[in-house]
Design a protein around this ligand. Structure first.
Ligand SMILES: *[C@@H]1O[C@H](CO)[C@@H](O)[C@H](O)[C@H]1NC(C)=O
Ligand SMILES: *[C@@H]1O[C@H](CO)[C@@H](O)[C@H](O)[C@H]1NC(C)=O
Length: 475
């Protein structure tokens, strides 16, 4: 027991350290690799015995749902004729789900030690909250204001933060204070910057149902440039590395604002960076957020097309080929549910195929699930199992681990939107972007199985609510 606690804390600490050192680049690559290796060792030594505990041929899971799905599959004509096509209820709950997942977590975004959540909010979060004045483990003030990663700001060169995007926010990035909250000043129910961008994308994508795929991408990118470079369009203080890099080079390329110029800049950048990796901080789970509305909008298009457009958009914003397979697998998962496939089936597919490709994960998920079921639903003991699962699978932003954690929560809470959203928040770490990706899946699945998402979550959304509803009303 003691050993387990030590190991859990050790993993947590190392993951925090891993995140920090990678963000700060305070230590040379060798140390990073060493940190990563120790971390992997912790994960492996933690997971191995549990995996081996399983009888060799034990079924991954035996839900009744699986057997009906299976016979559907056998009867192909039945499967295709009775499979519900996407409907607007599924789309609506998927869209609301993403914003709810982000907003619930916003006040405790990047809380790496979950004890701090309980301390700062006098208990676990159960609904929307405003952030507290101080963040216990913020690294905002050592993040680069001129591009990705860590600060090298000299005060002489133009700063991306403040001069080009996030007007008026540079003061918070350069404060001599390590407790500035990434979303300081925001209200309960507000959404973080990536979600603002996603809603803008949703509005552009739903504007004209007959627009070509390329026209939609062009209007999303032009609008993104306009939104990010106009003061007072949002109140967030933090912008991920990908925004900073995009606008650093946008500025160097003549600050284009007209659709043709924006697209020629974007396409040139995509080409230039096809064989060059900008920065590891680009490859986070936040990459899934911007394309989610596009996947939802294209739920009635072939899955290959929906996935292709989602990948294309991510290339335009992030310019990282590493992200392609992750965005692709996520798009196929969400699109599948929106077309009547079971969330749990899609998760098993996603886990065991590239880029995650780990055939042991379904068993591991079931193991954690079994442990959690020993405690009452909604209990602190049960939450602790989820916190330990997420901290072992991936608590930080780096996409692979983070996506595994996200899929674990989706698997576990496949029929419990509210439970899944709150567990995600109270697991801490990169819960905002993980929460958006999770919220869309759980929202779509809720509607697919005839449930709905709680009204209090929809009505509790603040500044973005009218915009979200305007998109829903378009469908
Ligand atoms: C397949 O499904 C159709 C439509 O529901 C049904 O009429 C048919 O009997 C099924 N065939 C088999 C082999 O189950
Ligand atoms: C920003 O915050 C101000 C003050 O709380 C509020 O009035 C305004 O609506 C917010 N704007 C956005 C875009 O969130």
């Amino acid at each position: 027991m003691l050993l387990k606690t030590i190991t859990r804390k050790g993993t947590l600490l190392l993951q925090g350290l891993y995140h920090h050192t990678r963000h700060q680049r305070l230590v040379p690559g060798v140390t990073l690799v060493a940190t990563a290796s120790i971390f992997s060792w912790f994960v492996v030594t933690n997971l191995q015995p549990r995996i081996q505990d399983q009888p060799p041929n034990s079924p991954v899971h035996t839900s009744p749902e699986k057997s009906t799905q299976h016979s559907d599959r056998l009867n192909h004509s039945c499967f295709s004729s009775t499979m519900p096509h996407t409907n607007n209820k599924m789309r609506e709950d998927a869209l609301y789900g993403m914003f709810i997942g982000d907003s619930l977590s916003m006040p405790v975004h990047w809380y790496y030690d979950t004890d701090n959540i309980k301390r700062d909010f006098n208990g676990w979060l159960t609904g929307f909250e405003a952030p507290r004045k101080r963040h216990p483990t913020s690294i905002l003030t050592i993040s680069a204001v001129g591009g990705a990663g860590r600060s090298t700001f000299s005060g002489k060169q133009k700063s991306v933060i403040g001069d080009i995007i996030l007007h008026g926010k540079l003061q918070y990035w350069t404060k001599n204070d390590r407790s500035v909250h990434y979303h300081q000043g925001m209200a309960a129910g507000d959404n973080t910057l990536n979600n603002h961008c996603a809603l803008r994308a949703a509005i552009q994508a739903s504007k004209d149902p007959d627009a070509s795929y390329d026209a939609v991408l062009s209007s999303i990118m032009t609008d993104y440039v306009h939104f990010m470079t106009t003061p007072n369009t949002h109140n967030d203080t933090y912008a991920e590395s990908y925004h900073r890099e995009f606008f650093k080079s946008w500025d160097k390329n003549g600050s284009p604002t007209q659709p043709e110029e924006v697209m020629s800049y974007v396409e040139k950048r995509v080409k230039d960076l096809e064989n060059k990796h900008l920065d590891h901080n680009i490859d986070g789970i936040g990459a899934l957020v911007h394309p989610i509305p596009l996947i939802i909008q294209y739920a009635d298009k072939p899955v290959d097309e929906a996935a292709k457009q989602a990948v294309k958009l991510t290339r335009m914003t992030h310019a990282s080929v590493n992200l392609d397979p992750f965005v692709d697998v996520y798009a196929r998962t969400l699109h599948g549910i929106l077309n009547g496939e079971s969330l749990r089936e899609k998760i098993n597919e996603a886990l065991t195929s590239p880029p995650i490709g780990n055939v042991r994960l379904p068993k591991l998920f079931e193991e954690y699930s079994k442990k959690a079921r020993k405690y009452e639903k909604g209990s602190e003991k049960r939450l602790e199992i989820y916190q330990s699962a997420v901290s072992q699978m991936g608590l930080a932003c780096y996409i692979k681990g983070s996506m595994v954690s996200m899929f674990f929560l989706a698997y576990e809470f496949h029929d419990d939107f509210e439970g899944g959203m709150l567990a995600n928040t109270n697991c801490g770490g990169e819960n905002c972007n993980r929460g958006s990706a999770l919220g869309a899946l759980l929202g779509a699945e809720a509607a697919r199985i005839g449930k709905t998402i709680p009204e209090r979550f929809k009505s509790g959304l603040n500044i973005l609510k009218p915009g979200i509803q305007s998109v829903v009303d378009k469908w």
